[in-house]
Design a protein around this ligand. Sequence first.
Ligand SMILES: [Zn+2]
Ligand SMILES: [Zn+2]
Length: 328
Amino acid sequence: MEFRTEPCPTPGPDQVLVELAACGVCTFERRLFAGDKPWYPVSPGHEISGVVVEVGSGVDALEGSPQVGEAVTVDLLTRCLTCGPCRRGRTALCRYRQGRHLSDGTFTFGGLVETISVNARSTHPVGSAPMLHAAMGEPIACSVHSLRRAGFMAGARVAIIGGGFMGRLHMALVRIEGASAIGVVDISVERRREAEEAGADWVAGSREARQVGGLQDVVFVTAMGGLDLAVEMVAPGGSVVLYSAFDPEATVNVPADRAHRDEVSIVGAYSQEPEDWKRAAAIIRSGVIADDLDRLVTARFPLSRAHEALTLVTSRPTYRVFVENEPG
Ligand SMILES: [Zn+2]
Ligand SMILES: [Zn+2]
């Protein structure tokens, strides 16, 4: 890993310049650093918060647009808005690789930098929320998207398979959205204990989950396994949401007649869309899941020690590790 000096970006008319506050290290960065996704060279980081330091001429003084000095969470995806899914409004499914380029053409996700120029519409003000919470905007937006895909409604019984960072964000969101009971299934005793401390109504290992939790209206699968269990646990009329990435060979098997008679649905949830960001930013700003978010901060490192953050996430299970900019 190396640091590079790049020319300071100038915001275009509809852009704003954001000074980084914090960048979360996601599974994607872990895979890049561990060599599981050998896309090199690459400049990683896609979960950021920051402060607006300059606004483009077309943005300045527009009602509702971010102002200089405002704290924001930033959507770094670059949807083409032209491909089939984008034209149908399903921008999470944009057919083009998401990202930008450094001055020499190196591919970048944009996040691990001191300043970045982004479209004003991709920044969402977070008020006085902590900047680490604001840096969780992207994964929160993904979870909001996942609830939307689930057709989640207040009163639902929810099981979350996988008590990692994403599982815990799902847990916080379904709680504020009125789940009647929330269970977390994880093989790790420690993660089960931590989920319970954070307010899970029940926790279980995968073997006893069906018995402990009973039938569920929504089962979110946020771990790489647990597909058979999810299908076993879903109640008539319920849905299984495939949130995690899975092995390309993995299949999910639902007897066709059961899907018909029980109206059981299996849905995928991938990434997020602008409307998910609006909700995510509002949730961060309101502080309604602030305690949940605080519990998910595993460690913080200054930008100059970003390699330590990446080493940490590749060496042991973590919730979220953050890299923070040292202003000035
Ligand atoms: Zn992410
Ligand atoms: Zn597209």
